[in-house]
Every structure is written in structure tokens, then in C-alpha cells.
Design a protein around this ligand. Structure first.
Ligand code: C2E
Ligand code: MG
Ligand code: MG
Length: 738
């Protein structure tokens, strides 16, 4: 901001030079007056003076109007021209402060307020003044008052504020940006840490936002983000706590909140709210949201750790099916480390021949004849054994490794398939990343020509996520692949954003109905059946084959038959196996398989055999958690516990809850919790609050209780120790004195 001096200099330089010769010994009295008058007329603010008591003795006419609103009078207190400074906000250097010091001061900010009315509405207009002054020495050398200058700096101040606002807000949504939020978090942590106050961080990422952006355009994407911001403000209630970190990622800071029940409720409400349909320029679209949550100090005692952990929780939420929230847990860090390890070793794995293809038969329903196989990749990892593609394909897709691995898979599958007799086909999964790569048709052509496989025997399985890319490129890719003579299969139909319009627009030869759809149709809803039946009819009309995936039981097979689905893939005909065992089970040379499996689909039962700890008086006992509900649990592993015994239950990771034994039979006890557990967002339960290790050791909980529990469970399982008797000191159950 230009100060009086510099402004004065510019103005003077522009003004015509006086012809009088310069004097060397200061100005004469009348020159000084003229100079003052010139200065006052330049509209650079005004001059003022007071007496020793702070009463006005002079005020330039130019500033009288805004400052005293017309009724200028000598003898008015200078300080009373301004509104009193706000404690704590205006800082130390206030006018009353510098006046009391009776010394020289410069650029102290003071405010005036004036009511104006326009169009019948009253406004309060605030003016900011920069005030400077020097003390006037009295005849005795003492203080005789002030003389000074003041200038209206409202507009400069406002634009400075606007500039800093711009630097700290997200221009699109008006929320805080990443920098402001990082600042706020740092300050909150600095204030909270010494007092041990908690603070939670939520990271929110929109599901399918990229799809909207790519298909409906960036303008719609931007409008959508604005609406998302508005909805977030509505749910969270405090705009200051929300920021857009960039792209479609948002962050919410919740100081003094650590109750996982409350956090889970809020996250659930955010997900529901953001998943409601949006209307933008008449277009309707729906997106979803995933939320990761970390709670300090338990999940991180520094800002960096807490935010990193919230990010890991978000990653886990997105990978556990989207539209979910997850709390951070220690295993997520391990998973992240494993991912990094896999990513690093993947390059070499290809060269070292650690990838393998397994094949699963594709069977014609009418004849039980094997008409093809699906190639499913596995990674035979030297340390970790056979790894599932569900684990490493997503990692490969995040780098370009998927294209190199995919090329190997394609060639190997073709190589294997030429060995098979007859017209048995081979189906190969194609990642959307490969599909988006323009050289992909060349890769396919090379695999075919170098192995000599008939193109009609190669099926490429594509998921509908390829439609999320730009239309023109996708169409060209379909054309190029069809041009090679290979068959195209729509995989996992019924899982994503399935739209029947894909079927009409893309040249598929087959639709693979996903196992979740098949499962749903047998277990409950008639709706699934009706939908499958409609899909089959449409596919028939368009001349496409159908195949049901994941068929395990006879009731499912019967349904598949009833629904007139042409082919089946599933454990009922065979699991994926290595290429040399693939055809061992085939009946003679008829290529026919006999279905084998349970009559009905087994309901998913999750037995629980987790070892947890219970504390009673001076003992820490390992027990097995057999079932768990919001209000209680069944534990096993302690003999003869009286009904009514109070326990402190240790679920691990700092989760403790008080419980009372309600039922007791031999080594099993039904216990009731003092406070209900809450959802962990992932189908499990957790305690509302967590305790830090130093709280625990202060309360007498063994330091490495988790390690201890695992060891005890092992010793119990192998019979090396006997089941502890309640109340009796047993090796290892004694309270840890350290
Ligand atoms: P997908 O293409 O939908 O493959 C079918 C998955 O269902 C396979 O899992 C298969 O083993 C499993 N499955 C088949 N029948 C049954 C059944 O009756 N019951 C049950 N519970 N499961 C059954 P897998 O081999 O773990 O592969 C998982 C996914 O990984 C595949 O899903 C595919 O998306 C991906 N994938 C596998 N191999 C490749 C590959 O070579 N390249 C690419 N890009 N992705 C692959
Ligand atoms: Mg597949
Ligand atoms: Mg599938």
C-alpha cells in the first residue's frame, strides 16, 4: 500500500515546479502554511492536532465531514471520533494504546461507522483510517499534544483482504482451499495437543465424478461441485470447517469430536445427501461419495499422520465398494505398505515368470459341454504365495504395468488355447486401461498372428467401465477389435451403472451376468429374476449369447436354465485350475462336465474366532469372541465366571468397553456392554472412543496386549497351556506390572 510519503512524492513530481530558488534553511512561516494548504488540497487525507488532554485543536476540512459528520467543533476528544477497538482482534497497536504512550506512531488503523440509507434500507458503512502522529513538545519540554495525519484506507484494506481471501479460498465453491485448511489444522493441533483434546478429519471423495465430467462436460462438472459444496455446508453446518482440496476431494475438520458413533452418523448423512440426484441445466445426474475418517490423537498425533491416515481410510472405503465410510485402522497402513511392495516387485515378477494363468470352464447349459474357458491370472509370489488378481490388478492399473502384464496374458492364453482341440474358446479379461490404449488392437493382432489362433476362438471380456471414456475413441476401439475377428464379451453385467443402451450401441457377442446378480436372484428378489429375464430376451433379439457367472449350487443352475441363459461358469462345473489340470476332469472325449455342488446356496455365515482380552481385577485374560452385537457378545475361554462379574473388554487398537456377565455356562459367557457399540462403516462394530497406549499402561493393561493375545491364543490352541480358570493367577494372565 502506498504511504503518504510516496504518494506525496508522486503528486509533487507531477505538479509544476515552483520557480523560486530553494532555500537551505527550512521554510518560512507562511511557506509552511502554504505547503500545508497545498497538501490538504491534494486530497491525501487530513491533518489533525490535539492538546495534551487529547482534545481536538485542528482537523483538516477535507476529513471533517466523514469524521465528525458536519458538526466539527474544537475540543471534541480525538479518540471519540472512532469506534472503540475490538479486544483481541485489532491487535496491540490501537489508538488508545499509542495515545497513552504519548510517543511517535505511524499507520495505526482506526474505524468509523456511519449509517447511510439507500432505497429505504439502512446500511452501516465502516471506514478504515490509517492514523499517524508525533507528540508536540510543550515549552517546558513536556507533552503538549499530538500533531498528525490520517487517511481513509478502506478500499486498499478491502482489496488486500480480498486478495488474501482469494489465496485461501477455492474459487469454484467458495470453500476454504487446501492451504487455509492446512493452516487451520496446524493451529488447531498446536492449541489442542497440550490439552489432549481430540480432533477428527474426514476426507470425502466423490464416486463417478470423473464420469460426469467426461460425459456431460466440465461446465456441468463445475456446477455439480458447487452443489456438492452447498450440500456439505448444509450437513456439516459450518462452512469454515469444510474445504475443497482439489478435484473432487473435500475435507472436513471436526475439533473436539472423537465419538465414532457421531462421526459415523455424520459420514452416513454426508454420503446419503451427496448421493441424492442433482439437476444441472435440466440434466439429471447421480454420483456417490466415499468417506475416510481419522481421529486424533488416537489415529495420529501430528497433522501429517492424521491426514495420511484419513487418506488411507478413504482409499479403503473406495475399495470396499464405494458409498461407504471407513475409520482408519492400523492394518490399513500395513496394506498400504504391502501395496507399495507389490508395486515395486511387479516389474521383476513378469521377467521372472511369476505370473500364471488359470483356466475356468465355460459350459453350455443345454448339453453340459465345455465350449470355452476363461483365463484368470494369478501371481505366484515367492514370499506371499498365490495372490489373487483382485489384489494386484488394481495396483497394476494405477501404473502402466497393466499393459505389459496384459500383453503377456493375451499371448500366453492364445499359446495355450491353440493346443486345445476343436473349437474350445479362450476368454481373456481386458482392463479399461488397456482398452483406452490405442496400440491395443495391434497387441491383439500380434498375439493372434504369432500363435496362429483362430480369432473367432478369442473372446475379450470388457467391463462397462470402458463406456465412461469418450464416446468416439471407444467406438473406434470396438471397430478395430471387431475388425480383427475376435469376439467381445460384456463382463460383470449388473454390477455397475448397467445400462441396456450399451447393448444396443456396442457390438458385443456375449453378455456375462455377474455373480452378485445371480446370487440375488436365487436368494430373494423376484425383481432380479425379472431383470435377468429381460436382459436375456434383449440379448436374444440382438443375437448375443448369455452366460451366468458364479453358479455354485443346483438351485442356481435350475434358475439359470429357467431363465434360458445359454452358458454357465462357476464352481458347480469347476474352479479355475492350472492349464495342465484343466481337462483332466472332462468325461472321455465328449468335453462334457458333470455339475457337482450343494443343492442350495449356503447362506453366508460369519463365524467369529477373534481373540480379545478381558480384564477383571488384577488379571488380563485372553478369550475368544464368538459373536458380537451392538449391546453384547458371547465370549469363550474362561471357566466358571459368576453371573454379574464386571469385565473391561479389550477389542484391540485402543478399544475398551465395560461389560457385565449376564449368562455363564462352563467356558462360555454372555456379556452385556455398558455402552452400545457403533458401526465401523464396514459391516463391523467398534467402540465409540479409543484410548492411547499411555492411558492403558496407566490403567494396568499389558503393554503389548495384542501381541500377548496372539501368543496366548496360539498356546491355547496347541494345548501348551490350559484354559485359565477365572480368578486364579495363571502364567501370562497376571497383570503386567510395567
Ligand atoms: P471376472 O472376470 O469377473 O472373473 C470371475 C471371477 O469369479 C474369478 O475370480 C473366478 O475365480 C470367480 N468365480 C468363478 N466362478 C465362481 C463361483 O462359482 N463362485 C465364486 N465365489 N467365484 C467364482 P478371480 O480369478 O479371483 O478374478 C477376479 C477378477 O480379477 C476377475 O473377475 C477379473 O476382473 C480380474 N482378472 C482376473 N484375471 C485377469 C486378467 O488376466 N486380466 C485382467 N485385466 N483382469 C483379470
Ligand atoms: Mg471376466
Ligand atoms: Mg465377471
Amino acid at each position: 500500500m502506498a504511504n503518504l510519503y510516496s504518494r506525496f512524492k508522486t503528486q509533487m513530481a507531477a505538479a509544476p515546479q515552483r520557480s523560486a530558488p530553494p532555500r537551505t534553511s527550512g521554510l518560512s512561516g507562511s511557506d509552511a502554511e502554504e505547503m500545508c494548504a497545498a497538501l490538504e488540497s491534494l486530497n491525501l487525507g487530513g491533518l489533525w492536532s490535539t492538546d495534551a488532554a487529547g482534545k481536538l485543536t485542528y482537523l483538516s476540512p477535507a476529513v471533517r465531514k466523514p469524521l465528525v459528520q458536519g458538526d466539527y467543533a474544537d475540543g471534541k476528544e480525538f479518540l471519540n471520533l472512532f469506534v472503540p477497538p475490538r479486544a483481541g482482534i485489532d491487535g496491540q497497536r490501537t489508538l488508545p494504546f499509542v495515545f497513552a504512550r504519548k510517543g511517535h506512531f505511524e499507520g495505526v488503523i482506526a474505524r468509523t461507522k456511519a449509517s447511510t440509507s439507500d432505497g429505504g434500507r439502512d446500511h452501516e458503512r465502516e471506514t478504515l483510517w490509517s492514523v499517524s502522529g508525533v507528540p508536540i513538545p510543550g515549552p517546558d519540554g513536556g507533552f503538549a499534544g499530538f500533531r498528525g495525519h490520517l487517511v481513509d484506507v478502506t478500499s486498499e484494506r478491502q482489496s488486500a483482504e480480498e486478495a488474501s481471501q482469494l489465496a485461501t479460498t477455492d474459487a469454484l465453491t467458495g470453500l476454504s482451499n487446501r492451504r487455509r485448511m492446512a493452516d487451520l489444522l496446524e493451529r488447531t493441533f498446536a492449541a489442542f495437543a497440550p490439552q489432549g483434546r481430540p480432533c477428527s478429519v474426514m476426507l470425502i471423495d466423490l464416486d463417478r465424478f470423473k464420469q460426469v465430467n467426461d460425459t456431460l462436460g466440465h461446465a456441468v462438472g463445475d456446477a455439480l461441485l458447487k452443489q456438492v459444496a452447498q450440500r456439505l455446508i448444509l450437513v456439516v453446518g459450518d462452512k469454515e470447517r469444510i474445504s475443497r482440496l482439489g478435484g473432487d476431494e473435500f475435507q472436513v475438520i471436526l475439533p473436539d469430536v472423537e465419538d465414532r458413533g457421531r462421526l459415523g452418523d455424520l459420514a452416513g448423512r454426508i454420503i446419503t445427501m451427496l448421493s441424492e440426484p442433482y439437476t444441472i441445466d435440466g440434466d439429471r445426474c447421480t454420483i456417490g461419495a466415499s468417506v475416510g475418517i481419522a481421529v486424533s490423537p488416537y489415529d495420529g498425533e501430528t497433522v501429517d499422520n492424521l491426514v495420511r491416515n484419513a487418506d488411507l481410510a478413504l482409499y479403503a472405503a473406495k475399495h470396499s465398494g464405494r458409498g461407504r465410510f471407513r475409520f482408519y485402522s492400523n492394518e490399513m497402513l500395513e496394506t498400504a505398505e504391502q501395496r507399495r511392495h507389490l508395486e515395486e516387485t511387479m516389474h521383476d515378477a513378469l521377467a521372472k515368470g511369476e505370473f500364471e494363468l488359470h483356466y475356468q470352464p465355460l459350459v453350455e447349459v443345454a448339453s453340459n459341454r465345455v465350449v470355452g474357458t476363461e483365463a484368470l491370472v494369478r501371481w505366484n509370489h515367492p514370499d506371499r504365495g498365490m495372490l489373487s488378481p483382485a489384489l494386484f490388478i488394481p495396483i497394476a492399473e494405477e501404473s502402466t504395468m497393466i499393459c505389459r502384464i496384459g500383453e503377456w496374458i493375451l499371448r500366453k492364453a492364445c499359446e495355450d488355447a491353440v493346443q486345445w482341440p476343436g473349437q474350445v474358446r479362450v476368454a481373456v479379461n481386458v482392463s479399461p486401461v488397456q482398452f483406452a490404449d490405442q496400440t491395443f488392437p495391434k497387441v491383439v493382432a500380434m498375439a493372434l498372428s504369432s500363435t496362429g489362433l483362430d480369432p473367432d476362438r478369442l473372446e475379450l471380456e470388457i467391463t462397462e467401465s470402458v463406456f465412461l471414456q469418450e464416446g468416439a475413441a471407444t467406438d473406434a476401439m470396438f471397430k478395430a477389435l471387431k475388425g480383427l475377428g475376435v469376439r467381445l464379451v460384456l463382463d460383470d453385467f449388473g454390477t455397475g451403472y448397467s445400462s441396456l443402451s450399451y447393448l444396443q450401441n456396442a457390438p458385443f457377442d456375449k453378455i456375462k451376468i455377474d455373480q452378485s446378480f445371480i446370487r440375488g436372484a436365487t436368494s430373494n428378489s423376484n425383481r432380479n429374476r425379472a431383470i435377468i429375464s429381460a436382459i436375456v430376451a434383449l440379448a436374444d433379439a440382438l443375437g448375443m449369447d448369455t452366460i451366468a457367472e458364479g453358479v455354485e449350487s443346483f438351485d442356481q443352475l435350475t434358475m439359470v436354465r429357467d431363465l434360458k441363459i445359454g452358458h454357465v461358469q462357476g464352481y458347480i462345473f469347476g474352479k479355475p485350475v492350472a492349464v495342465d489340470v484343466l481337462f483332466q476332469n472332462l468325461l472321455a472325449d465328449a468335453w462334457v462336465l458333470k455339475p457337482e455342488g450343494p443343492a442350495h446356496q449356503r447362506p453366508e455365515r460369519r463365524a467369529m474366532f477373534r481373540t480379545i482380552g478381558v480384564i477383571h481385577e488384577d488379571h488380563y485374560y485372553p478369550v475368544t469372541l464368538r459373536n458380537l452385537s451392538l449391546t453384547g457378545a458371547l465370549i469363550e475361554g474362561l471357566l466358571e465366571v459368576p453371573v454379574g462379574t464386571p469385565f473391561m473388554v479389550d477389542f484391540g487398537e485402543g478399544q475398551f468397553e465395560l461389560a457385565t456377565v449376564m449368562r455363564s455356562r462352563e467356558s462360555a459367557q454372555g456379556i452385556r456392554f455398558e455402552r452400545e457399540l457403533v458401526s465401523d462403516g464396514n459391516g463391523g462394530l467398534c467402540t465409540r472412543h479409543r484410548f492411547l497406549p499411555h492411558h492403558l499402561s496407566a490403567a494396568g493393561v499389558p503393554k503389548n496386549s495384542e501381541e500377548f493375545l496372539t501368543k496366548q491364543a496360539g498356546l491355547l490352541a496347541t494345548g501348551k497351556i490350559s484354559m485359565p480358570r477365572f480368578g486364579m493367577a495363571n502364567r501370562g494372565t497376571q497383570r503386567n506390572p510395567g
